[in-house]
Design a protein around this ligand. Structure first.
Ligand SMILES: Nc1ncnc2c1ncn2[C@@H]1O[C@H](COP(=O)(O)OP(=O)(O)OP(=O)(O)O)[C@@H](O)[C@H]1O
Ligand SMILES: [Mg+2]
Length: 364
């Protein structure tokens, strides 16, 4: 998949910008705070997901404007498309001239994978970022996943409110069986999707990892659930989830929150069978993060039959030459937008196009 044209209006510090990117590597360089990441953020929104930097859409609109608009023309195997994202108080999107009910309907039409300094610390960060990574990754290949997850989170929030109120109204406890049943059922679907995804991801990521590490080391991934289940089928996960909700009830009442379930789960990454999070060197952790992200791109290609547009935000200078070369090799034949500060990095990249960004403007 390739973007042939981008128009950005009143988005962050960009008043107006029009680009005709190359089908290969596009380098976006300039000093700090000029608007490089803003461009990637704008392109990312066509995935239908929220920004990778903020969950508040209103922050995306230029301080002095009422609304922002980004339009792209993109080409898939099958056809040429136009898409727009508008942001005022809420975010809306259109595809080929038709206003969509939700920007999420862009899922399955356009794909990107973003890799930024945040992702470089994916392995050693807390579980929240790893859950965010996997949830976003699954959303791009499964249109139903975001809804399943939102429903589950909604149920947990409702239950948590009841756990708080039960201290003053103990009759609420009688309703918990019904809530737990719903939570276990919807949570099991979320966990099942995540496990299926990780099984796919492990295949790709372990290959990529061994490529980066010169076949010296092996990487494995497992789902670190907040409760145990004997096998990976949905019924078994649900049954064990329910048992745990019941077992934890008095503790949850004391803590006024639901202490097990996919909202507390994690992903564990192993290098040479040892936890990379706890014991991995910085290099191993970085290689593993890279492997997860490039594995994500391979899965999109496998499931959707299209290469995603790759967005690399400020990561090259953070990586050593071996890893840089590995990335450059991996992104061949894909469209890439890559930001960096120094012009020297640009020359190494064999860019198709180079844009210098200054105060929200692009100079080719
Ligand atoms: N809603 C907004 N309206 C106007 N300007 C904004 C808005 N949001 C962010 N900015 C400005 O955008 C700039 C940051 O842009 P961006 O993050 O793209 O910089 P960058 O070029 O990637 O810098 P760095 O090299 O430090 O990563 C800042 O100057 C910030 O004040
Ligand atoms: Mg930046």
């Amino acid at each position: 998949m390739f973007i042939n044209e981008i128009k950005i209006e009143n988005f962050r510090n960009i008043g107006f910008m029009g680009l005709f990117p190359d089908k290969g590597i596009n380098v976006i360089y300039g000093e700090n705070g000029q608007g490089k990441t803003n461009i990637l953020e704008g392109i990312w929104l066509f995935t239908g997901c929220k920004s990778f930097r903020t969950s508040k859409d209103t922050e995306l609109v230029n301080f002095e404007s009422e609304n922002a608009k980004i339009s792209i023309e993109f080409e898939t195997e099958l056809r040429n498309n136009t898409a727009s994202v508008f942001i005022d108080k809420k975010r809306q999107a259109s595809l080929n001239g038709v206003l969509l009910t939700s920007p999420r309907e862009l899922i399955g039409k356009y794909y990107s994978v973003v890799f930024s300094p945040v992702h470089l610390s994916l392995i050693k960060d807390g579980p929240l970022n790893r859950r965010k990574f996997i949830d976003t990754a699954i959303s791009q290949i499964d249109e139903t996943y975001a809804k399943k997850l939102a429903y589950y989170n909604h149920l947990v929030n409702q239950k948590n409110a009841l756990l708080k109120n039960a201290a003053v109204d103990s009759s609420l406890i009688d309703t918990f069986d019904v809530w737990d049943e719903k939570i276990a059922e919807s949570g099991a679907l979320v966990i099942k999707s995540r496990i299926d995804y990780l099984n796919m991801l492990e295949n790709y990521a372990s290959d990529i990892y061994s490529g980066i590490s010169d076949k010296k080391e092996e990487m494995k991934i497992s789902y670190a659930g907040s409760f145990r289940f004997e096998n990976e089928d949905t019924a078994c996960i649900k049954e064990n989830f329910l048992k745990n909700l019941q077992k934890n009830r008095s503790n949850d009442l004391y803590l006024k929150s639901t202490t097990c379930g996919p909202h507390r789960d994690d992903i564990e990454i192993f290098v040479k069978d040892i936890s990379a999070r706890k014991f991995g060197s910085q290099g191993q952790q970085r290689s593993a993060s890279l492997a997860l992200k490039f594995g994500e791109a391979e899965i999109i290609k496998e499931i959707r039959g299209e290469d995603p547009v790759i967005l690399l935000d400020d990561v090259m200078s953070e990586l050593d030459l071996t890893r840089q070369n590995y990335i450059l090799n991996k992104i061949k034949n894909k469209q890439v937008f890559i930001t960096c500060c120094e012009k020297e990095t640009v020359s190494r990249l064999c860019a198709g196009k180079v844009y210098r960004i200054e105060n929200g403007n692009a100079v080719e």
